[in-house]
Design a protein around this ligand. Sequence first.
Ligand code: CA
Length: 317
Amino acid sequence: MTNLRHVKPAGEAIFKDRYTTKVRELLVPWEDGGNAVFAIAGAPFSKSSISHSGASFAPSAIRSALQSYTTFSGDTGVDFTESIIDFGDIYMDPTDVIGNQQRLYEGLYDIYQTDAAKNWMVLGGDHAISHSSIKAFSEKYSSVGVIQFDAHHDLRNVEDGGPTNGTPFRRLIEDGVLSGENLIQIGIRDFTNAKGYDDYAKEQGVIVYTMQDLFRESILVILEREMKKLADRVDVIYLSVDMDVLDQAFAPGCPAIGPGGMDSRELLAGVHLAAQHAKVKAMDIVEIDPTIDIRNMTSRVAANVMMQFMLGKKLGV
Ligand code: CA
């Protein structure tokens, strides 16, 4: 074989530092069985979005962004060495918007049923994927609670626009998967939702914290209080992270950007704390459109949200 001088595989780092491991290097494809701590799956679906969205490209962009981070948390001394099982992406038909939501449900149902990992991370996609994912996840438990980080209620009626990314939590309530009082919404923003949906949230007993609430009280204090109460009512807790909960300055890649949102440190600290609770076993991250992002800023926040979730699980009891 001819020896080619100075040639290396395309796309790899310039050199490999012997002491440095990047988080992306921990991803391994799923093979039957498995007893992992963490698993991920991609839900590349955004044709249900009300506004123009390329969120279907986000699972790949977030996986790439994991290359931006080392496995070591200097703050806690934790160094991740365990593999993260990567189930790949759910197949999405190019034209079948309604059928794809059923595919997401069935695909994620099969993945959750493998019991291949203790903790799950689903990479969206737009927020419609959370309906399929939470429905599939909840089938393993008798009751589920959800902590939703979001600028929007996502409680829109289905009659006017169908099952869009504005409807997932209403559909979960109407399907009997989630009861209103077991849904905690954090980061709801002014002039971003209609009064009718605020009324619906109140009718259903949804627990809502607006951005003004977060200025008055720390997200950590709010989460500690609400999670304690929620954990008494449900078997398992699912985190749903819509990146548009962040201020537009921190998440330029979200289709629905706006001012007056969280900063990234607040979101990361919230996910870190929430994940420490033993009943938190799954999280999705949605609403990133890599085609409009700036320097992958939003995907990088998403990858860091994953790391904080993992760190929280590692440190939790
Ligand atoms: Ca949302």
